[in-house]
Design a protein around this ligand. Structure first.
Ligand code: PSV
Ligand code: MN
Length: 397
């Protein structure tokens, strides 16, 4: 091994050691589109099964020790379910990750939750956020990851400004309930399910709300929540500059919020996002960014899709880590456009898979997590077990 190979290996191992990514409980459950659901025998239907699947992904990849929870789906009895979740954390060696309030499923949220014109509904929605903050405290989980479906479908039917004020007030009240170590991550989305206006439509609105709420509030960037031509890494650079970047929901898309596998359509974009983050880190900006996956697959096997996504995230992070940032800064200063771009693209086109295999072997992990999953027979086993259970349940029905 030459000195430069050795230096690259060191750099790669350091980057990979620093990289963790949280996986979503809802990525293991049966989900569908508004047109229908294709049910999978191996899908998780209980919180225990979601923890079991998350533990399997962590066993194979070593970088997913936390499972994001969606309160209504995972803790339907709120705080009363915390004891059971703690027990599952111990049993499966996976901790609870971000806590996601559910402000979109109840019938009363037809015209909004925290932005509903009815004060009583706004109050109930806020109470749910407070409950989630208490759940976060009880589970020692740091982040409350807040996304609302609020918005309107027809011009002139809602006061956009009144709704801003209600939201400001609610988020500040939520912020005041948090412990000093908790954070409120405010996720934006420009469309769906509301198709005329969304109350938190972009990073500017999230940034404003975070600043208004208080110092423990940050912006959450879901890569699927942008208009097609938007330059997401520029948004990331601005959020890094303003100290407001709290976390990511990673996924890919071709048209809208498609929940496709990270990097399956535009891996270069994720590389560019990671590059901005790594540049900020090497420039001495203190970062605390929650990397999370937000994908639920209808066609792919759930556990396979999750492992594949985690591996893709590591590959893209590693490619970005291999950019020679010092040399790039020189090319940027000199406006050596082609040299700069070739260096940047060169890192992107590097096949990092051999380095990743080496790192995994050095860390006692399977060299090829997807092959190890296939060899383990895990998916076939849970499919048999879960199918039996659902047949047993339906025969009672
Ligand atoms: C909304 O599209 C979203 O990205 C939010 O993060 C939700 O919590 C998640 O998807 C659930 O499907
Ligand atoms: Mn999301």
């Amino acid at each position: 091994m030459t000195n430069s190979d050795f230096a690259i290996r060191e750099k790669a191992f350091k980057a990979l050691d620093s990289f963790l990514i949280e996986i979503p409980s809802w990525g293991f459950a049966n989900t569908g589109t508004r047109f229908g659901k294709f049910v999978q025998a191996a899908a998780a239907s209980t919180i225990e099964e979601k923890f079991a699947d998350a533990a399997e992904v962590n066993r194979l990849t070593g970088v997913t020790p936390a499972l994001a929870l969606h309160v209504l789906w995972d803790l339907p009895n709120g705080l009363d379910d915390v004891g059971a979740v703690r027990e599952l954390e111990h049993r499966y060696g996976v901790r609870s990750g971000s806590i996601n309030p559910n402000l979109f499923q109840d019938q009363e949220y037809k015209f909004g939750s925290l932005c509903n014109p009815d004060a009583a509904i706004r109050e109930r929605a806020l109470q749910h956020v407070f409950d989630c903050i208490e759940i976060g405290k009880a589970l020692a989980s740091r982040d409350i990851s807040l996304w609302m479906a609020d918005g309107s479908n027809y011009p002139g039917t809602q006061s956009i400004r009144k709704r801003i004020a209600w939201l400001e007030e609610a988020l500040r009240a939520a912020h005041d309930r948090m412990l000093p170590n908790q954070r409120l991550l405010i996720e934006y989305k420009p469309f769906e399910p509301a198709f005329y206006h969304t109350d938190v439509a972009d990073w500017g609105m999230s940034s404003h709300l975070a600043r208004h709420a208080g110092p423990q509030a940050y912006v959450l960037v879901d890569t699927g929540h942008h208009y097609m031509a938007q330059n997401i890494e520029q948004i990331v650079a601005w959020l890094l500059h303003t100290g407001l970047l709290g976390g990511f929901h990673f996924n890919d898309r071709r048209y809208a919020d498609d929940d496709l596998t990270l990097g399956s359509i535009d891996p270069y974009q994720i590389f560019r996002i990671f590059h901005e983050i790594l540049c900020a880190a090497s420039d001495g900006i203190k970062l605390d960014i929650a990397f999370m996956i937000d994908q639920s697959h209808n066609l792919k096997g759930k556990v396979e899709a999750m492992v594949q996504t985690v591996v893709a995230a590591q590959e893209l992070f590693l490619k970005a880590a291999l950019v020679d940032r010092e040399q790039l800064a020189i090319h940027q200063r000199d406006c050596s456009l082609v040299a700069a771009e070739e260096m940047y693209r060169g890192a992107f086109w590097t096949d990092v898979r051999p380095l990743l295999r080496e790192w995994r072997e050095a860390r006692g992990l399977p060299a090829d997590p997807l092959a190890a999953l296939a060899a383990s027979g895990y998916v076939e086993r849970i499919a048999r077990e879960r199918e039996k259970r659902s047949t047993a349940v339906s025969s009672y029905a």
